[in-house]
Design a protein around this ligand. Structure first.
Ligand SMILES: Nc1ncnc2c1ncn2[C@@H]1O[C@H](COP(=O)(O)OP(=O)(O)OP(=O)(O)O)[C@@H](O)[C@H]1O
Length: 259
């Protein structure tokens, strides 16, 4: 469960180039819910993700994860509760290491060195099982160096590595934006399989309107640092890309709810 309550963040406060990044942002995701966040450049999407991860401290408001107020807690303390996948498929994995070694690296992240065992049969079996969820055949390529994988396989590996520690919330930060359309679709399919298999509470930021329409339980449109539009239920199932794009043109202070 994720709750953002009245989040406010102003950059260069009181100066001529003051920027209100978050303006009373309120957003709530139930356990296992998959929310898709869209919005124009500068709408506050990255600021929102950074506020959730702790990289950005709020001027006021609260971030609540599974009932715990984490607003004041630093990035490293929140890290165990959050998984985040970024745009660049080259960043989430180590190219010169094998798929299995990357999985091990992810598993041991943050653990004490003395307690670090190596790749053994039971670990490899676990990795095979986890990777099979992606539906990309990576489970039979444990010994392949990551640099030999396609961009889509590599980004999907980043995803499965990120969620290995059973996070409370998965943050997808335009994670298909750097991929060609076909590869982006493959990664989205792998994402949905993973989110559903692990029942992850997920917040995905995307500029891809087709993905926003096709995937997730709700669409949350940000504008000027607040939620401008929320589309859920039947409204989400029915909405088309042209209709969604039409909402970008409408500037209003009123929050719209389509369900
Ligand atoms: N570190 C910063 N310093 C100053 N202003 C910032 C900073 N980060 C964000 N802003 C400003 O806050 C507002 C929201 O930016 P943010 O990056 O969160 O939007 P965004 O929706 O992620 O945009 P994009 O789609 O372009 O990534 C913008 O006006 C931006 O210029």
């Amino acid at each position: 469960m994720l709750d953002i309550k009245s989040a406010r963040k102003v950059f260069y406060k009181g100066l001529p180039d003051e920027k209100v990044a978050l303006d009373g942002l309120a957003l709530s995701l139930k356990s296992g819910e998959f929310g898709v966040v869209i919005g124009s450049n500068g709408a506050g999407k990255s600021s929102m993700l950074n506020a959730i991860s702790g990289a950005l401290s709020l001027d006021s408001g609260q971030i609540i994860i599974n009932g715990d107020d984490v607003t004041g807690s630093p990035v490293h303390k929140r890290a165990a509760r959050l998984a985040r996948v970024f745009q660049d498929p080259m960043k989430g994995t180590a190219a010169s290491m094998t798929v299995a070694e990357n999985m091990l690296l992810a598993e041991l992240r943050g653990k004490k060195r003395a307690l670090r065992p190596g790749l053994n049969a039971s670990r490899l079996a676990t990795y095979r099982e986890r990777l099979s969820v992606l539906g990309l055949g990576l489970e039979s390529r444990l010994d392949t160096k990551v640099e030999l994988l396609s961009g889509g396989q590599r980004q999907s590996l980043s995803l499965i590595m990120a969620v290995g520690g059973s996070p409370d919330v998965l943050l997808l930060d335009e994670h298909t934006a750097a991929l060609d359309p076909r590869t982006a679709d493959i990664v989205m399919q792998a994402t949905v399989r993973t989110v559903e298999a692990l029942k992850l509470t997920t917040l995905m930021v995307t500029h891809n309107m087709q993905h926003a329409v096709d995937f997730g339980d709700s669409i949350i449109m940000l504008d000027a640092g607040r939620v401008h539009l929320e589309i859920t239920g039947e409204g989400k199932r029915r909405i088309t890309v042209p209709e969604l794009i039409g909402h970008f043109a409408v500037k209003t202070d009123r929050m719209l709810l389509v369900s």
